[in-house]
Ligand binder design. Structure first.
Ligand SMILES: [Zn+2]
Length: 123
């Protein structure tokens, strides 16, 4: 199946990728700086640190997803669900240009991930 034209998406995703990389770099710098400060002052702002660590994880996940969307554009499979190979709803792609799964598969994957996380926490 041939995907739709992707010039706009390519631009959006490339710009987003640069912005994310920038954010990640800033967060890493902040977190590294914080480690040094902690050693001196012994008064870490744990809440702030946890918030930034969580943000970093989110950004890294987002980067991964933007990267796979960019790969999909390269392969000509952009807009096709990686899991069920059905076309992804264009409205969804407009909101999430980095989506590589259709909404149904996304929900399914999240459900499985949640289950796995719960099992992990129980152990
Ligand atoms: Zn799907």
């Amino acid at each position: 199946m041939r995907a739709k034209k992707t010039e706009t998406e390519l631009k959006t995703l490339t710009a987003e990728r640069i912005a994310i990389l920038d954010d990640i770099e800033h967060l890493r710098e902040w977190l590294l700086g914080e480690v040094d400060a902690d050693a001196d002052e012994g008064d870490p702002d744990l809440a702030e640190r946890e918030k930034n660590l969580a943000l970093l994880t989110v950004m890294e996940r987002k980067l991964e997803s933007v990267n796979s969307a960019l790969r999909a554009i390269e392969k000509g499979s952009y807009g096709i669900c990686e899991r069920c190979e059905n076309p992804i709803d264009p409205a969804r792609l407009e909101v999430r240009p980095d989506a590589t799964l259709c909404l149904d598969c996304q929900r399914e994957v999240e459900r499985i991930a949640k289950k796995a996380a719960l099992r992990y926490m129980e152990e």
